[in-house]
Design a protein around this ligand. Structure first.
Ligand code: GDP
Ligand code: MG
Length: 334
């Protein structure tokens, strides 16, 4: 699907070469982060990761719709922005509007593994503290793909975990053991690589949301975050004293992230899931999916739910984050 958007575009800031080396585009990183208008703002970075064709970019493009409808951005300043946030109830736009933003559905070579940023940054001032925030959106490509090597998977997973304040792990149908193992490898890889920059008693990663798409056990656990959290606690986090190796996976994950969430989304309907000519309009979504999608995005992006990036317990601003990102990339290059 075409990604021409009037206010921004996706830029690949990190990818792997054919021989597996990390290639970083520092110019693009500077173009986004090295900006006096935002340098002192605290940074919020939302990232999505998961297998190819899992609906990640599709979801991020609806996130962009929410952000453009509700916040000012570097490329699209809002005149006379009210200090107090008023949610635009019609942020989903008109029902037949084609979906734009990150390339979704096709177009990008599935062999490209990398980290992609939206090159427009959203701005918000918290009304209760006056704190100024900058919101950055990150897409990733190639995880759990048969074409990508386990090291590449671990590196991309680790890097995007390190950079984001909220990482959404996009999964189909349910949370599976092998996906938890991927998460554990990434965690160990990070601890091995950036151990010096993380203080001993700190967890290296911040917030992780397991996002289960096409959930079809609604009789056991209802859609949304409450059902998701129950599912996560009752079925995923359970410790089985008979199986040591499964417990160590769980321990390693819970020791690495500050907080967890889980959200269950319904199947979006035949057109969204399968139609070749589908352009992303929401009129083609099943009603229930549309409602849950809307709630999820609000839960991630309403001002009271934004999560500022912390490193070693300290809030990080845009200037510092640029430095961290470039350092992390450098560490992963060697
Ligand atoms: P990505 O590779 O993970 O970024 O996936 P895309 O965003 O490019 O979407 C791949 C396909 O999945 C598109 O045809 C979407 O219409 C479709 N899709 C989007 N959301 C869902 C969902 O929740 N379930 C299913 N089954 N398909 C979805
Ligand atoms: Mg994608």
């Amino acid at each position: 699907m075409s990604c021409d958007h009037p206010h921004g575009k996706p830029v690949t800031v990190m990818k792997f070469s054919e021989t597996g080396e990390v290639i970083v585009d520092n110019e693009e990183i500077d173009r986004i982060f090295n900006n006096p208008e935002i340098e002192d703002r605290k940074i919020v970075i939302l990232s999505l990761i998961g297998a190819f064709r899992g609906g990640k970019s599709f979801l991020l493009n609806y996130c962009l719709r929410f952000l453009y409808a509700n916040y000012s951005s570097i490329n699209k300043p809002k005149e006379g922005m009210p200090y107090f946030f008023h949610k635009n109830e019609n942020w989903m736009g008109s029902c037949d509007e084609p979906l734009k933003g990150f390339s979704w559905r096709s177009g990008i070579d599935r062999d490209t593994i990398g980290i992609i940023l939206w090159n427009d940054v959203f701005l918000h001032t918290l009304d209760y503290s006056g704190e100024k925030l900058a919101i950055v959106i990150m897409d990733t490509q190639g995880l759990f793909d048969n074409n990508s090597s386990p090291t590449e998977n671990s590196r991309i997973f680790a890097l995007s975990n390190l950079i984001s304040s909220v990482q959404v792990l996009n999964l189909a149908n349910r949370i599976q053991e092998d996906q938890l193992q991927h998460l554990q490898f990434a965690t160990e890889y990070t601890q091995f690589t950036v151990i010096d920059s993380i203080e001993a008693n700190e967890k290296p990663f911040q917030n992780l949301m397991f996002l289960v798409r096409d959930w079809n056990n609604v009789e056991d656990y209802e859609f949304g975050k409450d059902g998701g959290m129950k599912y996560f606690q009752e079925e995923v986090l359970v410790i089985d004293s008979q199986r040591e190796e499964l417990n160590s996976v769980r321990e390693s994950i819970t020791n690495s992230f500050d907080q967890f969430a889980c959200c269950l989304l319904p199947h979006p309907g035949k057109v969204v899931a399968g139609s070749k000519n589908y352009d992303g309009r929401w009129s083609a979504m099943d009603e229930e999916f549309k409602d849950e999608l809307q709630s999820l995005i609000e839960c991630l992006l309403l001002p009271q739910n934004l999560i500022v990036k912390k490193i070693n317990s300290m809030d990080v601003n845009v200037r510092e984050m640029r430095q961290y990102i470039q350092n992390y990339f450098r560490l992963f290059q060697s």
